[in-house]
Design a protein around this ligand. Structure first.
Ligand SMILES: [Zn+2]
Length: 204
C-alpha cells in the first residue's frame, strides 16, 4: 500500500521504536498478558503541530481506510490479542509481535489455540463493539489527567500481575504486597510520564 509521503511519515520496521518493541523482553508482558499491540505500519501526520497522540493514524491494508490512532488509545489500549480489527471492513490490521512473546506463545499454544478456535469470532464482535466508546474519546481533549490515569491503570495492572505471580509462587504477605505496591506505583508514574513525554507534549 502506498501512502501520501508528503503528508505522512510512515513508521514501520526497521524504525528504532518498533525494533525496541520487538526486541525488549519486558514488552512481551504487555503483549501476551495485557494484549497491548503496535500495528506494523503507523502514519504520523507531518503537517500537523498537534501532540503526537492526536496526529497518529493506523492504515488498514485490506480496505485502505486510515483510522485515527486514538481508536486504540485511552480505554481501548489493551486486550488486542488478535491484533487490531478494522472498524470499517472488520479484517485484521497486521500488528508486530515481540520475539519473546512468540516464544512464550509457542510454549502456551495448547492453552490459547483451542480458546482461539472457539472464541475468535465472538472476540472480534466484542472488539468491534469497543470502538463506539473509543470513537467518543477522540473528541475529548487530552490533558494532564489523561496521563495520570494512564499511569495509574498501568501500575494497577502490573501490580495485579505481580501479586498473582507471587501468590502462586509462594504466597503473598502484607510486607510483600506493600513492597510490590510501592514498586508498581513508581512504575506506573514512570509509564505515565514516558507516555506523556512521547505522546502528549505539544510541538513547539
Ligand atoms: Zn479495513
Amino acid at each position: 500500500m502506498a501512502y501520501d509521503e508528503n503528508k505522512y511519515s510512515v513508521q514501520k520496521l526497521p524504525n528504532p521504536l518498533l525494533l525496541h518493541w520487538i526486541l525488549n523482553p519486558g514488552l512481551a508482558i504487555n503483549e501476551v498478558i495485557l494484549g497491548q499491540r503496535i500495528p506494523k505500519v503507523t502514519l504520523i501526520d507531518k503537517t500537523s503541530k498537534a501532540p503526537l497522540v492526536e496526529r497518529t493514524y493506523v492504515p488498514c491494508p485490506s480496505c485502505g481506510a486510515i483510522h485515527h490512532g486514538m481508536l486504540w488509545g485511552k480505554g481501548n489500549a489493551f486486550g488486542h490479542w488478535l491484533g487490531y480489527i478494522c472498524p470499517n471492513c472488520e479484517q485484521k490490521i497486521p500488528c508486530l509481535w515481540n520475539i519473546f512473546s512468540l516464544l512464550l506463545l509457542a510454549v502456551l499454544s495448547p492453552i490459547w489455540f483451542p480458546l482461539k478456535k472457539i472464541y475468535e469470532q465472538k472476540y472480534i464482535a466484542y472488539e468491534l463493539s469497543r470502538y463506539k466508546k473509543a470513537a467518543a474519546n477522540i473528541d475529548k481533549p487530552i490533558n494532564k489527567f489523561t496521563w495520570i490515569k494512564m499511569g495509574a491503570s498501568f501500575g494497577l495492572l502490573m501490580l495485579a500481575f505481580f501479586v498473582a505471580t507471587e501468590y502462586f509462587r509462594d504466597g503473598i504477605t502484607l510486607d510483600k504486597f506493600i513492597f510490590l505496591a510501592g514498586i508498581n506505583a513508581i512504575g506506573g508514574l514512570f509509564f505515565g510520564a514516558v507516555m506523556w513525554f512521547f505522546m502528549g507534549r505539544k510541538k513547539g
